[in-house]
Structures are given as structure tokens and as C-alpha cells.
Write a protein that binds this ligand. Structure first.
Ligand code: GTP
Ligand code: MG
Length: 652
């Protein structure tokens, strides 16, 4: 099964899941079991499923065949080489291939001059007017190829401009650019490119990131801090004709095998094995030679040999275009595709599955709790009324007194609930004072100033360390409040369950661990780059140091924004069932009282009333059954593994 087919199966799974959730949403609305919060959560869940994107990044030194491999894996159906691929440096800027149906097919290009400002690419994404937009004519493969060639464009600037834009000149490292005799330097014309292209896989949410070689990645902090670590798969490409060079190794260590980085979904490809194909050698000799090279790479990268995939991207592309299965097999591209889909899709499915299962589970429990408590209240009312059959006025009066006392007790209990609600809002305010963005903004500003004034590397590292310490403190203080809120809600849930028979279960938990981990990751990254930053500072490239910091600060802010949203959602989740059930219980008590009162006035309505209630009881039981059927269907879809082989069985 090719990656394309696996991916299609995954998209199908996702859309089935979406249908199940829509059914649940409609059913809840029809049966008046929804409220504003439930609707919002289901809509957000559906949006997330709908927008769900899968990021695959290709990283390597220049000319290793990244663009060619993307062409071979994803674009062979177009019968031509879509992304420009040629000897020497070709892809000059990070290039994202994706599809956003809200925009026409086009290539968006961010001018390299924007590097002079502190703002990262993420910031610029919010301002479309800063990008040059070139329409993409998808009807013609040639026109499309022509347009995609923009990613290879360069311009010539003088030395000072190149330096101001953060290019490394002179002999300082492997990433250095060459200064011509006339003092001019050739630099990329664009800083970032986004290709909006209605390819079937991209339409289903795949995002491909092609990066330029020559360690250009290092100069865009967004790539190293956000795009690469968040990619679901990263393919690191080596070429058989060059082996593992120093600069390959530098990229590997810095961007893929980085400390604290994810290990899952990282694949190493040894490209251009067709260089070994030699008519004078036997198949076995060729295989042996390729295996030997794989072994060498494995040694240097310190990986098991079976994690390195030898391929020929170019022959794979040709084989697909000319429909030559023997050549395709020989290119070994299908093996790589299989490994990629095995790494990629189950991991992605797991994330979506956990998210959906969590949400659906909570909403199910809430609706069920509501129905069950209605049913319990109704049954109590029914048994009360049944007992009244043939009883005299005195007994009816006694019953009325009993319900009235119960109602009074519940109302007294409510006072405690109101008190809890006010403590709850005090604690919530405290929580957001720590977790909120105002404090973080002030911290970012003071760190920015400290860094601008820094002249020694120690000052720089102290400013950064302080930034992380204070951010981490904010999280740990928030944790204290979260625990307190949880304990309080647990106690009140229990109290209302025991004293008034409310069916509340136990309040959902909330953890800030993932945000702590994110801070750890960012700090590790900063620590490993502190030296580079200091070098920049020494060479009076302070604005670059600033750019690094701005990107880190942006990532920390993102983590806090997520944590805030997550916390808001959690607070609603633990308060909402309480509010609903209290309201519900009040209504039931009122109904019971009214019902007995009516019977007190005219005993002949008793049978009629029992009949009515029995009917309501049947409806409620039926609703519980339908709810179980709908959520059971969703759970069934969740359990299904995305395996095209299974799908084939189903299709037969
Ligand atoms: N023999 C052989 N050549 C290949 C193969 N894959 C790519 N090439 C050639 O290698 C050169 C570089 O390929 P690209 O796809 O441009 O490499 P890249 O990694 O994208 O390079 P940059 O965009 O410059 O970073 C081109 O001339 C390709 O034709 C392969 O499997 N075998
Ligand atoms: Mg390229």
C-alpha cells in the first residue's frame, strides 16, 4: 500500500468519525440535551477533525535530493517533475506545500528583506499584504512548474546588506556564502514560500515542508523551534555519492537528533543509490555495496541499520511516470513509503483518537448523567404516586410534607453550593493571574531589555535562564491553584451525591505537564544555541540575537495561550455538570410537590398522572438507549485501525 492510499484510508476514517460526532450533536439538540457549552465543544471538535493537518518535513544539506524525493513520493501522478530539482543549490527558501480551500491555488512568497525586522515568519503569516502572491495555473503542468521555480530565485546584494539580513559571510562555517570579486553576494530572493495547491493528499490535510540546504535552517529560528519539532515526520536525506559529510552531520545533530527532541517519526534516507547500479556487477554485489554504505551511515549517526532507507528518488520518479514496476522496485522508494506511512499514520491517528475519545466520553457522561437523574427523579415521583393509590387525605398531606422538607433541605444545601461558587471564582482569578499573558508580556519585555544591554555571554545566559525560571514558576503556582480547585470540586461533588442523590461522578483532572515539557524543550534549545547567540552578539549582529529571543518568546507565549485555553475549558467542564444537575434537581422537586398538591385537590387525577409519568419514563429509557447506540458507534470508529487491508475486506 502506498502512502497515498494509507493516507486516503486515514482521511476516510476521520470523516466517518466526523459523521458520528455530527449525529451525536444533532441527536442532543433534538432531544434538548445540549447547551451552549456542549454545542461549542462539539463544533470545536468537528473543526479540529476537519482541519486536522499532517506535517512531513524534508531536511538535508543541499543537493541531496529532497525536492526530487518529494516529487517521487507525492507528485509522480502529474507526469513530470513538479518541484525544481537540479544540481547545486535549488530550493532557496523553506517551502511549504499545503491546501487551504479558502484561497485560490497560488504561491505566496515572503521577501528576504523582511529578515531585517525582528518579526518571525509566523508573525508575517498574519499579514498577507507582506507576501507576493503568484497565481498557480493548475490546468497546465508546464505553467505550474514555471511558477514553482520562484522558490529557486536569488538576488545579488552588497556585503553589508547580506550581513544585515543575517547571512553568514566569509570563512566562519560551512554555511558561509561566497562573496564575488565585485563584492556582491548572491542570496535567496525569498524568505519563505507557501504553495497552495489542490493536490488530493494536500486537500486531505497533508502539509509538506521542503527546506533549503546549506544549513539555511539555522538562520530561521521558526524552523528549528516550531516547524521541525512539530512535524509528525521528518525525513533526513543523505546521498550515496557524498556519504555523511561534516555538514550533513551538523544538520543531523542540530535539527534532528537534538537533545530533548522527538525520536518518533524520524527517518533517515540514503538517496541516489542508482550510482551503484553497474551492469558489470551482479545484483548481489550491488546489494552488498548498498548494505555496506547503509552500515557506514548507521555507524556515524549511531542508529540501527534498519532505520536507514536506501533509495533512488530520481529512478523512483521516472519509474512511476513511465509505469515501470521493475524499476520502481529497484528504486526501493516503495519501502520508504511503507515505513513512512507506518510511522506517520498510526501515530497521528492515536493523537486524534485520544482527543476525540476524551471529548466524546465527557459529553456522553454528561448527557447520560442528566437522563439518569431525570429517570431517577421520575421513578421516585411514580412510586410516591403509586403509594397514594387508595390512601386518604391524611397520607397525601404527610407525603406533601415530606417532599417539602426535602426541598427545603436541598435549598439549604444550595447555600453551600453558592459559597463554593464564589470561592471557585476567586481561585480562578488567582489561577489566571499566574497563567495569564499579562505577566508573561512584562517578563518578555524585561528580558528583551536585559538582553539588549548584555555585553558578556554570562549576562545573556542569565537573562535567558531568568526568563525560563520565572515562566516555570508561573506554571508551578498555577498548578497549586488547579489542585485546590480540583480538591474543592471533588468534595462538593461528593457532598451533593451523598446528601441529595445527584449523579456527578468525579470531576475531570487537569495537568500542566505538557506545558512544562514544552518549556523544557525550549530551554534545552536555547542552551545549545547560546554560544551561537553570543558569537552573533560579539560580531555586532545584536538584532539576530534579538530574533532568536523573539522566536523563543513567541513559542513560550503559544504554550501559555494553549495552557490558558485548556484551563478555561477544564474549569467549564468541572462546573457545568454541577450547574445542570442542581437546576435539574430543583425542577424535579418542584414538579413532585406540584403533582402531590394537585392530587391533594382532586384524587381522581391520580391514575391519569401515573399514566403520564409512565409514558415519560419509557421515553427517557428510550433516549438512554439511543445515546448509548450513537456513542457506541463513535467508539467503534475510534477503535478501527487505519489499515487499507482491512478496508479492502470491508469493500469486498
Ligand atoms: N543519480 C541520482 N541523482 C539524484 C537523485 N535524486 C536527486 N538527484 C539529483 O541530485 C540533484 C539535487 O536534487 P534536488 O532534488 O534539487 O536536491 P535538494 O536536496 O532539494 O537540493 P536543494 O534544493 O539545493 O537543497 C539533482 O540534479 C537531481 O537530479 C537520485 O536518486 N539519483
Ligand atoms: Mg530542493
Amino acid at each position: 500500500m502506498s502512502l497515498a492510499q494509507q493516507f486516503a484510508a486515514y482521511a476516510e476514517w476521520r470523516s466517518q468519525l466526523g459523521e458520528g460526532i455530527e449525529r451525536l450533536r444533532d441527536w442532543l439538540a433534538e432531544n434538548e440535551l445540549n447547551d451552549a457549552q456542549t454545542d461549542l465543544r462539539l463544533t470545536q471538535l468537528l473543526d479540529r477533525l476537519h482541519e486536522d493537518r499532517l506535517h512531513v518535513a524534508f531536511v538535508a544539506e543541499f543537493s541531496r535530493g529532497k525536492s526530487e524525493l518529494i516529487n517521487a513520493i507525492f507528485f509522480a501522478d502529474y507526469g513530470n517533475r513538479m518541484l525544481p530539482s537540479s544540481a547545486g543549490r535549488t530550493t532557496m527558501c523553506p517551502t511549504e506545500l499545503m491546501y487551504d480551500p479558502a484561497k485560490p491555488p497560488c504561491v505566496e512568497l515572503l521577501p528576504i528583506e523582511t529578515r531585517a525586522s525582528n518579526a518571525g515568519v509566523a508573525e508575517y503569516r498574519r499579514f498577507p499584504e507582506e507576501w507576493r502572491n503568484v497565481p498557480l495555473d493548475t490546468a497546465s503542468a508546464e505553467a505550474m512548474q514555471e511558477t514553482l521555480r520562484h522558490v529557486s530565485e536569488t538576488i545579488r546584494v552588497d556585503r553589508a546588506t547580506a550581513e544585515k539580513l543575517g547571512f553568514d559571510l566569509g570563512d566562519e562555517g560551512a554555511g558561509a556564502l561566497h562573496v564575488a570579486a565585485d563584492g556582491q553576494v548572491e542570496i535567496p530572493r525569498w524568505r519563505h514560500a507557501v504553495i497552495n495547491f489542490p493536490h488530493p493528499l494536500l486537500k486531505q490535510g497533508l502539509v509538506i515542508l521542503d527546506t533549503p540546504g546549506l544549513n539555511a535552517i539555522g538562520t530561521e529560528p521558526e524552523l528549528t523551534l516550531s516547524l521541525l519539532p512539530n512535524a509528525h515526520a521528518v525525513l533526513f536525506i543523505l546521498a550515496a555519492d557524498t556519504g555523511v559529510t561534516q555538514s550533513d552531520l551538523a544538520i543531523w545533530k542540530e535539527h534532528i537528533d537534538a537533545p530533548g527532541g522527538r525520536k518518533k517519526g524520524r527517518l533517515v534516507v540514503l538517496n541516489k543509490i542508482d550510482g551503484q547500479w553497474d551492469e558489470l556487477k551482479s545484483e548481489a554485489e550491488i546489494d552488498f555495496e548498498i548494505a555496506r554504505q547503509v552500515g557506514n551511515c548507521a555507524n556515524i549517526l549511531n542508529l540501527p541499520a534498519n532505520q536507514i532507507f536506501p533509495v533512488s528518488a530520481q529512478k523512483g520518479l521516472v519509474a512511476k511516470i513511465t509505469d515501470d514496476p521493475a524499476l520502481l522496485a529497484k528504486s526501493r522508494v516503495p519501502e520508504l513509503e511503507r515505513a513512512l506511512s507506518e510511522e506517520l499514520i498510526p501515530a497521528k491517528q492515536e493523537i486524534v483518537r485520544d482527543d476525540t475519545a476524551g471529548e466524546v466520553g465527557e459529553l456522553d457522561a454528561r448527557a447520560r448523567g442528566l437522563l439518569e437523574s431525570r429517570l431517577a427523579g421520575l421513578r421516585e415521583q411514580l412510586s410516591e404516586l403509586t403509594e397514594l393509590r387508595g390512601k386518604n387525605r391524611g397520607v397525601v398531606e404527610y407525603m406533601m410534607g415530606k417532599v417539602r422538607t426535602e426541598k427545603e433541605e436541598f435549598e439549604a444545601g444550595l447555600q453551600r453550593y453558592y459559597a463554593v461558587r464564589s470561592v471557585f471564582s476567586t481561585l480562578t482569578n488567582k489561577l489566571f493571574a499566574h497563567l495569564g499573558l499579562d505577566a508573561l508580556r512584562a517578563l518578555t519585555q524585561s528580558t528583551r531589555e536585559a538582553m539588549q544591554e548584555a555585553t558578556f555571554s554570562r549576562q545573556l545566559s542569565e537573562a535567558m535562564a531568568n526568563f525560563f525560571t520565572v515562566s516555570r514558576e508561573a506554571l508551578s503556582k498555577s498548578k497549586g491553584e488547579v489542585d485546590e480547585i480540583h480538591r474543592m470540586m471533588e468534595a462538593i461533588y461528593r457532598k451533593f451525591a451523598v446528601e441529595h442523590g445527584l449523579k456527578l461522578g468525579s470531576p475531570a483532572g487537569f495537568s500542566l505537564l505538557r506545558y512544562e515539557k514544552e518549556l523544557d524543550r525550549l530551554e534545552t534549545w536555547c542552551d545549545t544555541h547560546l554560544n551561537t547567540m553570543f558569537q552573533l552578539l560579539r560580531h555586532e549582529k545584536g538584532h539576530l540575537t534579538q530574533k532568536f529571543f523573539e522566536e523563543v518568546a513567541l513559542q513560550v507565549r503559544r504554550a501559555f495561550e494553549h495552557a490558558n485555553r485548556h484551563a478555561e475549558g477544564w474549569l467549564k467542564t468541572i462546573m457545568a455538570p454541577m450547574e445542570t444537575q442542581v437546576r435539574e434537581h430543583q425542577i424535579q422537586l418542584k414538579r413532585r410537590l406540584e403533582s402531590i398538591k394537585r392530587i391533594h385537590q382532586a384524587t381522581d387525577t391520580l391514575e391519569e398522572r401515573i399514566g403520564e409519568l409512565t409514558h415519560v419514563e419509557a421515553t427517557l429509557s428510550e433516549q438512554l438507549r439511543s445515546l448509548a447506540a450513537i456513542t457506541g458507534g463513535i467508539r467503534q470508529s475510534l477503535r478501527t485501525e487505519v489499515d487499507p487491508r482491512d478496508q479492502m475486506v470491508v469493500n469486498l
